[in-house]
Each structure stands twice: as structure tokens, then as C-alpha cells.
Ligand binder design. Structure first.
Ligand SMILES: NC(=O)c1ccc[n+]([C@@H]2O[C@H](COP(=O)([O-])OP(=O)(O)OC[C@H]3O[C@@H](n4cnc5c(N)ncnc54)[C@H](OP(=O)(O)O)[C@@H]3O)[C@@H](O)[C@H]2O)c1
Length: 265
């Protein structure tokens, strides 16, 4: 039986992602909790332990399991099998794997068949309580943990998980569009700061506006432009250079690469 009054969560691996999740729990988690950290990555663990008295660094990975009910596996794919093989799970445990390249089927094959396992794929923005968090399969307890840390998106299959992880490959391309736009302003009589102030507030408001619209309108929002106006001129200029279809082509390329990874089944 899980202790219903105090939520006990442990992290095996305390790198970029585990650190971001713990910070999010500290800032946005509303339940009374205890957080147990595995002993490596001393800089991260010591900083986190200094941020709240209910964060504790344990002497070993097994010590994390001995204290926590919910276990977050946050090591790299390369060491996951070795790390898991040394852990002794109990019936009260629930494993949350962050390791996107290792399928649930493969993860289950390394563990007792009765152990409940979910995949959760957050992004580093989780530390600010923002951004998407993928979950598969649905589990009420896991939803309760992550729902308050960002925008939780539950998917029905691992393929859907892979498709949405593929979207994260647009971080650099998107930041490149942002960079090119800000730079363009700075090359046209503006300071970099003024150009950035305007452009960042503009893109931020565009996404906010899109979020407020009905889902059925989303795909056609771009059509809302004045004939012969500024937006139509920019759209035509980009269409003439195939500037839009190349984005889904890029996503297809990444998905193919990602789903063909050796680590997948
Ligand atoms: N970064 C992202 O944006 C992101 C997003 C979604 C999912 N993920 C997934 O999340 C997982 C973690 O990613 P990350 O970026 O946080 O990686 P990371 O920063 O490299 O962190 C990995 C952590 O695992 C620790 N570790 C290595 N061997 C260990 C062992 N035997 N026992 C305990 N801890 C051990 C490392 O400690 P040392 O530093 O001491 O080696 C480090 O703290 C990966 O599987 C990745 O696929 C990452």
C-alpha cells in the first residue's frame, strides 16, 4: 500500500532532467512530499538538497528504492540496463522511465512483470512549470504527479510518443527563425535589444492567441490575412521557395531516424 498522506518520490540519476523535475516539484508541487536522490552528480544533488529540507541525497540507488514509492529512472539509455539490473523493486513501487529511446516492452523485460511502469517525457522547461509533458500509458497516479508541473499530454501508443518527441527536433529550427528575425531587425537601424524585445513579445503573443482559439480553427489561422497585405506578401514569398513543406519534410526525416534507433524494438 502506498502511503496516501506523504508522497514519496525517488530519482535514479540526477542530471539535467531529474534536476528540472525536482525544481518543478519544489516550486509547483502542492502535496506534502519527500524527495530522495541517487548519490551521483554531486553538484546537482547538493544544490537540490540545500533548496528544501525534504530533499535527501541517499548513499546508493537501492537506498532511494528503500525510501520512495515512485521511482523516476533518469539515467542515460546507455547505462539503464546495468542500473536496473542492480535494483530490487518491491510491490509498492511504480517506475516512471524518462528514457525515450528504450521501449516500454524492453524496459518491462528487464524488470519483474508485476512492476507498473510508465513513460514520461518532460522537457527542461518543466523547471518553470511550463511546456509539454508526455505520458504513456494513462495512469491516474502519474497524472496527479505531473499535471501540476506543465501541460500534460497523454498518448495511447509509443508510436504517438515518438511522433510528438520528433516535434522537439524543432527547437533549433525555431530558435534559428527567432535569431534570423531578431538579427534582421538589428541590421535595419534597430539595436539588438529593441529588435529582440519586440520580436519575443510578438511570437509569445502569437502562440498565446493560437492557444485561445478553438482547436478546429487552428490549422487555418494563418489564412486570416488581408489580401495584398503584409502577411500575404510574406506568405507568398515563402511559398514560392517551398518554405513551408520543408518543415514537415524535416519532421519525417527525424521520425524515420528516431524510430529506426537500435535501442527500439
Ligand atoms: N535532456 C532532455 O531534454 C531530455 C528530455 C526527455 C527525456 N530525456 C531522457 O532523460 C534521461 C536523462 O537525461 P538527462 O539529460 O538528464 O541526462 P544527464 O544529464 O546525462 O543525466 C544522467 C544522470 O545519470 C547519472 N548516472 C549515470 N550512471 C548512474 C548510475 N549507475 N547510477 C545513478 N546515476 C547514474 C549521471 O551521473 P554522473 O553525472 O555522475 O555521471 C547523471 O546524473 C535520458 O534517458 C534521456 O533520454 C532527456
Amino acid at each position: 500500500m502506498k502511503n496516501k498522506s506523504v508522497f514519496k518520490i525517488g530519482f535514479i540519476g540526477v542530471g539535467t532532467m531529474a534536476t528540472a523535475i525536482v525544481r518543478s516539484l519544489l516550486n509547483f508541487g502542492t502535496r506534502e512530499m519527500r524527495i530522495y536522490l541517487s548519490p551521483r552528480s554531486k553538484v546537482n544533488t547538493q544544490q537540490l538538497a540545500a533548496e528544501a529540507d525534504y530533499v535527501e541525497v541517499m548513499d546508493s540507488n537501492q537506498d532511494v528504492l528503500n525510501q520512495a514509492d515512485w521511482i523516476v529512472l533518469a539515467v542515460t539509455p546507455q547505462v539503464a540496463a546495468d542500473v536496473l539490473s542492480q535494483l530490487k523493486f518491491e510491490r509498492r513501487h511504480h517506475l516512471i522511465s524518462l528514457i525515450s529511446p528504450i521501449s516500454l516492452k524492453k524496459t518491462r523485460a528487464m524488470l519483474p512483470e508485476w512492476l507498473p511502469i510508465n513513460k514520461v517525457i518532460p522537457l527542461p522547461f518543466i523547471q518553470y512549470g511550463k511546456g509539454p509533458i508526455l505520458l504513456h500509458p494513462y495512469h491516474k497516479g502519474v497524472v496527479d504527479i505531473f499535471d501540476e508541473l506543465g501541460k500534460l499530454v497523454v498518448v495511447e501508443t509509443e508510436y504517438q510518443l515518438d511522433v510528438l518527441i520528433t516535434v522537439t527536433a524543432l527547437v533549433s529550427p525555431f530558435l534559428r527563425v527567432l535569431s534570423e528575425t531578431v538579427r534582421w531587425g538589428a541590421e535595419h537601424d534597430l539595436t539588438l535589444q529593441k529588435s529582440a524585445d519586440y520580436t519575443l513579445a510578438f511570437f509569445d503573443a502569437l502562440v498565446d492567441m493560437a492557444k485561445r482559439r478553438d482547436i478546429n480553427e487552428l490549422l487555418d489561422l494563418w489564412r486570416e490575412m488581408t489580401p495584398g497585405g503584409l502577411n500575404q506578401k510574406a506568405t507568398l514569398s515563402l511559398e514560392n521557395k517551398d518554405g513551408f513543406s520543408i518543415w514537415s519534410d524535416a519532421l519525417d526525416t527525424v521520425l524515420k531516424f528516431f524510430t529506426a534507433d537500435d535501442l527500439k524494438d
